[in-house]
Design a protein around this ligand. Structure first.
Ligand code: ADP
Ligand code: AMP
Length: 228
């Protein structure tokens, strides 16, 4: 990661708004590393370790993993990236922060390094659309690419267009877990947006449109915010 100017961009929105889809499209074009806490946890789940068992307990029900564990996993990953990926201009955080305590820990960690958040992109979609998006979601078990059975179908029903990996339905994309995750979003995540609005870094994007139109809007809104 560049030593001089590290961009910290956050993509936020309710589950199913298209954060992962959009982050995969915009991060490479902005030179940002896409860091999704959900992906970090899915990698831990795959490892079949004691830590995996602990994470699964929360993950499958759609509950938040405890803050101290989430923060530890995320910052260890960012530190590792900083050592390895010196060519990128920063990180695009997806799925973090999810509550006030996580937002504070991020503010504190950045302040300690003399850094600040460049932008927070809110991708918003009306709640009735979200259940349809999540219960039809398919994810590649190899590269993490995201599809939808109806809205963004892969060329073949079971394999990833990009890498040929097997597609699966996430264990937390059941109607019960989706309801719980959305409750948590509106109760705990949405209120922290005010903090970013006050700081003048919140960019609001209508996510209820074609995937490519949303991508174009996000890139346009970030063009003066992310330094090369
Ligand atoms: P999030 O990361 O916010 O939970 P995803 O990017 O995984 O959301 O998208 C959720 C589901 O909705 C996926 O199946 C994805 O293919 C689909 N999707 C994403 N963006 C759109 C869009 N603009 N219109 C219709 N479906 C979409
Ligand atoms: P996501 O892929 O962002 O939908 O996250 C999937 C699941 O991972 C969540 O329902 C939580 O169980 C866990 N998770 C992801 N990010 C966080 C976070 N910032 N804090 C706590 N748990 C998280």
């Amino acid at each position: 990661m560049a030593e001089h100017a590290v961009n910290y961009v956050i993509i936020v929105g309710p589950q199913g708004a298209g954060k992962g889809t959009q982050a995969a499209a915009v991060a490479p074009r902005l030179g940002l590393e896409h860091v999704a806490t959900g992906d970090l946890f899915r990698a831990i789940l795959k490892s079949e370790s004691e830590l995996g068992d602990e994470v699964r307990h929360y993950y499958d029900q759609g509950a938040l993993v405890p803050d101290d564990l989430t923060i530890r996993v995320l910052f260890a990953h960012i530190e590792q990236l900083q050592e390895e990926k010196r060519g990128t201009t920063g990180v695009l955080l997806d799925g973090f922060p999810r509550n006030a305590a996580q937002a504070k820990s991020l503010d504190d960690a950045l302040a300690e390094r003399g850094e600040a958040i460049s932008a927070v992109v809110l991708v918003d979609v009306p709640r009735p659309e979200l259940m349809k998006r999540l219960t039809g979601r398919l994810v590649c078990s190899n590269c993490g690419a995201t599809y939808h059975r109806e809205f963004n179908p892969p060329k073949s029903a079971e394999t990833c267009d990009q890498c040929g990996g097997e597609l699966f339905q996430r264990s937390d994309d059941t109607p019960e877990a989706v309801e719980k995750r959305l409750e948590i979003y509106y109760e705990q995540t949405e209120p922290i947006l005010e903090h970013y609005r006050e700081q003048g870094v919140l960019l609001e994007i209508d996510g209820n449109r074609e995937i490519d139109s949303v991508t174009a809007d996000i890139l346009d809104s970030l063009k003066d915010r992310v330094s090369a």
